[in-house]
Design a protein around this ligand. Structure first.
Ligand code: IMP
Ligand code: MG
Length: 181
């Protein structure tokens, strides 16, 4: 894909993200109170910054595992065909599990991952998504907790990429294409 010039307009500040994570972690701690072990499953790669901040707010016995599913091939549109590129290292049967996703867009990724993990018989399975674009949904899936509902904009930052770039921005911004020159 040819590089079209774009700018990034801030949508959610780093401060607002941190404040929301504190609220979300309170709800998660309440829901999983008394757990023997909570397996926090990050969906690679977009959730890596979110999961890092989230687990540091959870004073629960936590283990971290990762799963990589792919439906975007460096573009801006979901292929609607979800493939598992990297599976969990650990077993989740009989475990408390929290799936951490960056964005729920069409919902195909989360839907696919939840069906897969359900089939492994966890004790309890919950999901959290930092961002949700409800207007884009094509499946019935909904995360148990959502950080922010956003409009139908392509966003980057805080772990989220556009063609693998901009994951290191501390805030979340919208990609806006500009005419060259
Ligand atoms: P879904 O399967 O359509 O729900 O897509 C979910 C995945 O697509 C997310 O985990 C992201 O990796 C990616 N995605 C969806 N919207 C955006 C966006 O605005 N920017 C970057 N990646 C996105
Ligand atoms: Mg993703």
């Amino acid at each position: 894909m040819a590089e079209r010039p774009y700018v990034i307009d801030e949508l959610i500040s780093a401060k607002a993200i941190a404040a929301r994570i504190e609220e979300l972690s309170d709800a998660i701690k309440e829901d999983f109170a008394g757990t023997e072990k909570l397996v926090v499953v990050g969906l690679l790669r977009g959730s890596f910054v979110f999961i890092a901040d989230l687990v540091r707010e959870l004073d629960l016995p936590v283990e971290v595992d990762f799963l990589e599913a792919s439906s975007y091939e460096d573009g801006m549109e979901s292929s609607r065909e979800v493939r598992i590129l990297k599976d969990l290292r650990g077993q989740i049967e009989g475990r408390d599990v929290l799936v951490v996703e960056d964005i729920v867009d069409t919902g195909y990724t989360l839907d696919h991952v939840l069906h897969l993990l359900e089939s492994r018989n966890p004790r309890k399975l919950r999901t959290i998504a930092l961002l949700d674009k409800p207007s884009r949904r094509e499946t019935g899936v909904k995360a148990d907790w959502t950080g922010f509902e956003i409009p139908d904009e392509f966003v980057v930052g805080y772990g989220i990429d556009f063609a693998q770039r901009n994951r290191n921005l501390p805030f979340i911004g919208c990609v806006r294409f500009v005419e060259p020159g």
